[in-house]
Each structure stands twice: as C-alpha cells, then as structure tokens.
Design a protein. Structure first.
Length: 184
C-alpha cells in the first residue's frame, strides 16, 4: 500500500480509506484504530467529521495553514458567542476544518484581547511565540483604529457589567418584596 504515514501526518488516500470503511462496515472508531494501528482513535473521529462536513476535501492537507485575518477571527469568535455555539458548530459554519483553531483564537483573545489574534495569521501559535510567550514586548504600540476599538470594547464591557449588576439588584429587590408581601 506504500507509506501511509509521513512524519506527523497520514496520507490523504489512507484517511479516505478509513472513512469509507467506517461508513461501509460495522467497524467503529476503536476497531479501525486497532486494525490500522493508528496512534489515536480521535484521529478517526476527526477524519469522519471532516468528511461529513467538507466531503473528501476535508481530508486534504492543503486545507491546513489557511491564512485568516484578524477581522475574520474576531467575527468568528463574536458569531460563536452571540449564537452560543460549540467550537465544532462554529467551525462547521465557517468551514474551518480544525476546531482547535477556534479554541486557540479564543484562548489568545482572552489573554491578550485583539492583539492576541495578531501573533500569526493561522490558527496555531508559532514555535517562536510558544518559546517566548512569557516575554512581553517593552512597548506595544496600537494603531489609532485599534486604540478606538479597544476603548469601545472597554466601554461596552463596562456597560454590560453595569447592566448585569442592575439586573441582579432588581431581582434581589423583587424577591425581597415578594417574600415580604407573600407572608401577609
């Protein structure tokens, strides 16, 4: 059959064979993992999911390392939050084959806000970024539009926190009023 494994990656033909066997036989993920000596059963699951969502293209290596702009990453994270979707559902909606990509964006956004989405253009932090992640640059200058966006987001965050605090206080007062008047 030739070499099915190249370094960290399995060949396209091998992935397709596994997926087709999964659909055409009674073998499950564990059995296929054992039969073909695959390093991890979650690989089978990922291949099947990618095939279901993107067809045979989903198994192709060329879909990896796609370049995403900061604006696209923000829109994906915002869409996920607004629609309360899982990483998998969000990846499917935006045709992103690796759900870990969105998880990485979310993590970097939570740690470094918008600037965290600029570390590189694809979904994964580079080796250089991992190596020096604890070292912060001495001066990180923001562009005027970034500064305005950051200020707008801070104000929006403050308003949302105020609204939540107001709702909690209103709910507590309502419960107190109802408790006091239901005893009479």
């Amino acid at each position: 059959m030739g070499c099915i494994f190249t370094g960290k990656h399995y060949k396209y033909e091998f992935k397709l064979k596994i997926v087709q066997e999964y659909f055409n036989s009674s073998l499950g993920y564990r059995a296929l993992t054992k039969k073909y000596e695959i390093s991890n059963k979650s690989l089978n699951e990922r291949w099947v999911t990618q095939y279901k969502e993107f067809g045979s293209e989903g198994l192709s290596k060329r879909l990896k390392n796609k370049v995403y702009t900061r604006e696209f990453k923000i829109s994906v994270l915002r869409f996920r939050q607004e629609n309360m979707l899982s990483y998998r559902e969000t990846a499917s909606h935006f045709k992103i084959t690796n759900i870990a990509t969105i998880s990485a964006w979310q993590h970097r956004f939570e740690e470094n806000c918008i600037l965290g989405l600029d570390s590189n253009q694809n979904g994964c932090p580079s080796k250089m970024n991992k190596k020096h992640s604890k070292v912060k640059p001495k001066s990180t200058e923001l562009k005027e539009s970034e500064r305005e966006e950051l200020e707008r987001l801070r104000n929006e965050n403050k308003m949302l926190r105020t609204g939540i605090a107001y709702q909690k206080k209103l709910q507590a007062l309502t419960q107190h009023y109802e408790t006091k008047h239901s005893k009479k």
